[in-house]
Design a binder for this molecule. Structure first.
Ligand code: BGC
Length: 760
């Protein structure tokens, strides 16, 4: 893996610190210092802008638009027009002028620049001394945060202290004239608001007609001359004030952003909601609401912290990961999902992928069950779109999209949108994983069964029997490994489909007498004949497995593909997508990301160690990890196989993927779903946790570079802390609810503490 760290941030257990302004890293820092609260996200751009490269991005979960033009080639099944999350109102826009000079970090002289993100509060601070001339320097501090409890609210505080008297003019704006992908604005002006010092603008998206109201109320600790000016989709509050030497000017801006996606709601109701919100926020004040954020984060760290002793880099890295996970999604609404870049940029269009069910869900299963359920409800609520997609592909049932914001397929690369079945099997797997873990039969009967039956119907109609009718399989598919397009008998697809059929049939036989099950069968028009077909398809599913070698073949013909020793590929050729023609990538046995190894991870306990070893050793040297999701799975399997050095190598950069810009593209946004992979690597990899069997099992290992580490999970209502030392393992049950666990293959009932000395 040709990845190199670019280090410019200070290492600290709870802070991310940039000392001195690194102009060449402006866009990377904007991503790293992003704030979000699931409802909205804002990149860490400079409030005052300036003549520097920037992506002034503000995003709202599920606020999207359609591309202005159709996909040039359009056949049946190919997405005609894609949709994407759009850049939205810039509510931090600020202009500061001292004695006629405008603050701009490109041209202004500044000393003592320091930017800090506090993971214990979500407060982002930036501070420096602005040297105006020999006699005048001005200390400027910007602070901002988003409320984690009242997610509509955002806060900005600017403190200005001059060393000698000066004239200070400043302008605070709300501006929806924002461009997406550097060119188009997707907003239309609707109306403005001004009353009792609250000012605002309401705009709507061009075609999806989603409305966004932004209101602000500004508190200034000193009387100023004020002027309010409205222009197209923008309002400016302009102020002028004289400051004495060492006098402190504090400007606090309270913003409330109300997204209204329902066109039937009248404008007055939106205004009333926003007004109430911004006034409440103003009355509570900056400090009190920052305190609630501190409490919020305190609770998260109590519940979900990972402590690593003896490795400061990974300690900061993993906390940064957990911070970003919580910011991106915590179950605020079941209409939200997790974009591959979260709310931190425009790359990947804000789309949610199969990453949600395979990589992100485990974090929520162990930290926030309501959020886990909401992720599944998102798929339930978008069943109609999945049904439509199946029809577009000449199939039945429900086919889930590879990339989406609103449930409709948004990927206009046909080979992914039409050939990848893994988003659909991932939803089935997630239902199994959640229900197996929580025993939430209510969810299963009300929603899960219907989804599984629709998915099974799709899987039956998308698969085919061979001419002699001896096996069922999938033809013309692309598995998770996107370097092999249009293959037959992809083992990942076949195995996941088989397990989906089996699980669905098992549930039907278990619950067939319940009225909910009968309802699900009725709704999905499933009869006994279809259930019989699922059984036949599963029994005769074609799985390319060789008993002797214990190898699964990735797909039919994979073993005959021309071999390339990936070590011979020059580093400068990576990423291959940018340096090799699309078809050249397909014509050999290089793997982009785990395919066989992926299902060996997902259904881990169904396979023997021998099988995992044989396949790991065969596929590992062929994988180039072009997807940032990839190394984690290798690390987890390497840990299980006792290949500790390799496990560490693959873990190496996962917690610091973005802090150290390993993939050279953090400027576009954070690798949010890979951040989940970092958590998975520690808990499933080093912690050896497995949640795909009847009982939770753990086989913790201590990486050689760590003195000790600990992680927390919440399981069946009990809060459990696992401490892994050189001498052994300790489990602390903080809730005293008795819990059955298997550790190192031995079953325990843990009521308070379990101390396994000498077991490691
Ligand atoms: C990977 C996919 C993934 C997507 C979004 C792609 O590069 O190949 O598996 O779903 O990124 O993270």
């Amino acid at each position: 893996m040709s990845k190199v760290a670019t280090t410019y941030l200070e290492v600290h257990p709870w802070l991310v610190i940039e000392k001195g302004y690194h102009e060449e890293r402006t866009l990377v820092s904007e991503s790293i210092f992003s704030l979000a609260n699931e409802y909205q996200g804002v990149r860490g751009f400079f409030d005052e802008g300036g003549n520097i490269p920037t992506l002034r991005g503000t995003y709202f979960n599920g606020v999207y638009e359609y591309a202005k033009e159709d996909t040039p080639i359009s056949y049946k099944g190919i997405i005609k027009r894609t949709h994407f999350m759009i850049n939205s109102v810039d509510y931090l826009k600020t202009m500061i002028k001292i004695n006629g000079q405008i603050l701009d970090l490109k041209s202004s002289t500044v000393n003592n620049f320091i930017r800090e993100l506090d993971l214990r509060s979500g407060l982002l601070t930036r501070e420096f001394d602005w040297i105006i001339n020999n006699n005048l320097s001005v200390k400027i501090r910007f602070e901002r945060f988003l409320s984690m409890n009242d997610c509509t609210r955002a806060f900005q505080r600017i403190t200005i202290i001059p060393t000698s008297s000066c004239q200070c003019d400043f302008k605070l704006s709300l501006d929806s004239n924002v461009i997406h992908w550097g060119k188009d604005c997707y907003w239309n002006g609707l109306t403005n608001y001004q009353n009792d010092d609250v000012i605002g603008i309401m705009n709507e998206t061009l075609t999806t007609k989603q409305r966004l109201l932004s209101l602000m109320k500004v508190d200034i600790n000193k009387g100023t001359n004020k002027k309010i000016e409205f222009s197209d989709m923008r309002v400016d509050l302009e102020c002028a004030v004289n400051l004495n030497a060492n006098e402190e000017l504090v400007i606090t801006r309270y913003v409330s952003n109300i997204v209204e996606k329902d066109p039937s709601i009248d404008i007055d109701s939106i205004f009333n909601k926003g007004l109430k919100d911004v006034l409440e926020s103003f009355i509570l004040g900056f400090e009190k609401q920052l305190d609630s954020n501190i409490k919020y984060w305190d609770n998260i760290w109590n519940k979900s912290d990972i402590e690593i002793v003896g490795d400061d880099l990974n300690q900061q890295g993993i906390r940064y990961c957990i911070f970003q996970l919580e910011q991106t999604y915590h179950g605020y609404s079941s209409t939200n999902n997790i974009g591959a870049k979260g709310l931190t940029g425009e790359a990947y269009s804000g789309h949610a992928f199969w990453d949600t069910e395979t990589y992100c869900l485990p974090y929520y299963l162990f930290n926030n069950l309501e959020a886990a359920k909401n992720l599944l409800m998102y798929r339930y609520n978008t069943l109609p779109q999945a049904r439509l997609r199946a029809k577009e592909l000449d199939c039945d049932g429900a086919c889930y999209p590879i990339a989406t914001l609103n449930g409709y397929e948004a990927c206009n690369l046909w080979q992914h949108a039409s050939l990848q079945i893994q988003p659909t099997t991932a939803v089935a797997y997630a239902i199994y994983h959640y229900v197996n873990f929580t025993k939430d039969v209510d969810f299963l009967l009300k929603y899960g069964l219907e989804m599984l039956l629709e998915i099974s119907k799709f899987l039956l109609s998308r698969g085919q029997w061979n001419p002699s009718h001896t096996h069922f399989s999938y033809y013309c598919v692309m598995g998770p490994d996107e370097f092999q397009m249009m293959v037959n008998h992809n083992t990942y697809t076949n195995y996941m489909a088989k397990r989906t059929f089996d699980y669905t049939l098992e549930l039907i036989s278990k619950y067939k007498d319940t009225k909910e099950c009968q309802r699900a069968l009725r709704l999905t028009k499933t009869d006994d004949k279809m259930l019989e077909s699922y059984k036949n398809a599963s029994e005769k599913m074609y799985i390319l497995y060789n008993e002797k070698t214990k190898l699964f073949e990735q797909h039919d013909g994979y073993f005959d593909l021309p071999h390339i020793d990936i070590k011979t590929i020059p580093v400068t050729d990576f990423p291959l997508y940018s340096h090799w023609s699309y078809d050249r990538i397909y014509r050999n046995d290089i793997i982009k990301q785990p395919d066989v190894l992926m299902f060996l991870f997902l259904y881990n306990q169904s396979f023997s160690l021998d099988i995992k070893k044989a396949n790991y050793e065969f596929y590992e040297p062929r994988c180039i990890h072009e997807s940032s999701l990839s190394p984690s799975i290798h690390s987890i399997l390497a840990s299980e196989l006792g290949k500790d050095e390799e496990a560490l190598k693959f873990f190496g950069f996962s917690t610091r993927m973005d802090l150290d810009d390993y993939n050279r593209n953090t400027n576009e946004g954070l690798h949010l779903t890979s951040i989940f992979a970092a958590w998975v690597t520690i808990v499933y990899g080093f912690g050896g946790l497995r949640s795909d069997g009847e009982i939770l099992t753990l086989n913790p290992r201590l990486p050689s570079i760590w003195e000790k580490y600990s992680f927390n999970i919440t399981y069946q209502g009990a809060k459990l802390k696992f401490l892994i030392y050189k001498e052994g393992v300790e489990v602390i049950n903080q809730t005293k609810i008795p819990i059955k666990l298997k550790i190192y293959n031995k079953e325990y009932e843990i009521v308070d503490n379990l101390n396994l000395k000498g077991e490691l």
